[in-house]
Ligand binder design. Structure first.
Ligand SMILES: [Zn+2]
Length: 339
């Protein structure tokens, strides 16, 4: 009987154990009633007395060693398994959920307000020719009115007819592009990113605007006023009102600035608004020259346009209490998570 071989076999088997099931199989194989050790003891009885005296203690020794190993390992495994069961039953750590940026939320809300009136959302280039940004909007080259737009020009990109390439300083650059599609009437909602060289609590160099353009037969100022009120009531709430104030833009005639009654005092006048009104943006009746650039006959068709900053429009929404436009682009989660 080879005790040494039995020991080797056990050592090999021992290497393959990974869990309590393996260990139990091993225990039965060696220490079970019909296991290897029991068989060895049966064989031992057949041996001569002198052999018994020599092999007996070795076999006993091996049996004890196997018992000790299995016992020790068994304790370790049960501890580990108990721990892993404990971890599995612990409540999981929830992954953090993101949400849409405030500006995207505002864009979606604005689209929803205009959709029932048949407005079609379009997008035009963020880098466009001077022609669409200024010239076709009744602002000839070198005209002083352009200075207000603080425009970024793209160096080295120029076309003889179209002029220099610019980062669109307003979504109004989509007006003539829309007209040149040749489809009338027009109900356009152009939403896009604009750029101007300005930065303070009310301005950022890269911002979003939405531009409404309506062109049809018989369109007049009352339609514009009605639409502004519709927007104010649906975007800001039923208690909000708008008013239009004479202003001057080159591409609309007459031109207006649009005010909304103050969210804080609802028009009574307070420290923030002073007069009860807060400026929202520009609007006006499309200038006949602009219609001509768009190949539309100003004798037959009239229209109005309005263009406002998305961020500023959203900031004036009831209860947002955003007092600096730069917060919107600061990537500060403490701020963004509030919306
Ligand atoms: Zn007020």
């Amino acid at each position: 009987m080879q005790i040494l071989e039995l020991k080797k076999e056990f050592d090999n088997d021992w290497q393959t154990i990974s869990d309590s099931q393996d260990l139990e199989k091993l225990r039965i194989k060696y220490l079970g009633k019909k296991g290897k050790i029991a068989q060895a003891f049966t064989e031992l009885k057949k041996l001569s007395l002198s052999e018994k005296k020599q092999i007996g203690p070795e076999l006993n020794e091996l049996k004890k060693e196997i018992e000790k190993n299995i016992d020790k390992f068994s304790k370790n495994i049960s501890q580990k398994e108990e721990l892993s069961n404990l971890y599995q039953s612990l409540p999981g750590k929830k992954p953090e959920m993101g949400h849409l940026h405030v500006t995207t939320q505002a864009i979606r809300e604005i689209i929803e307000v205009f959709k029932p009136l048949g407005f079609n959302r379009v997008r035009y280039p963020e880098v466009d020719w001077d022609f669409f940004a200024f010239e076709s909007l009744n602002m000839p080259r070198e005209h002083a009115a352009r200075d207000e737009w603080e425009t970024f020009f793209i160096q080295g990109l120029e076309d003889k007819k179209m002029g220099k390439a610019v980062i669109t300083p307003h979504t109004s650059s989509g007006q003539v592009r829309e007209m040149l599609k040749g489809k009338l009437p027009i109900r356009m909602l152009n939403i896009g990113r604009c750029g101007r060289r300005q930065i303070d609590i009310n301005h950022i160099p890269s911002f979003y605007q939405f531009e409404g353009l309506v062109i049809d037969k018989g369109i007049n100022i009352t339609h514009l006023k009605g639409l502004l009120d519709y927007f104010a009531k649906n975007f800001y709430g039923p208690e909000r009102k708008t008013r239009i104030r004479p202003f001057h833009f080159r591409f609309t005639e007459p031109s207006f600035e649009v005010d909304i009654n103050c969210d804080l005092c609802l028009g009574k006048g307070c420290r923030f608004c002073k007069s009860g009104w807060v400026e929202l943006g520009g609007a006006g009746m499309v200038h006949p020259n602009v219609l001509k650039f768009g190949k539309i006959d100003p004798e037959k068709y009239t229209g109005f346009a309005f263009g406002w900053g998305i961020e500023r429009t959203y900031m004036m929404k009831s209860g947002t209490k955003i007092n600096d436009i730069r917060h919107l682009f600061s990537n500060d989660f403490r701020f963004l998570e509030q919306f």
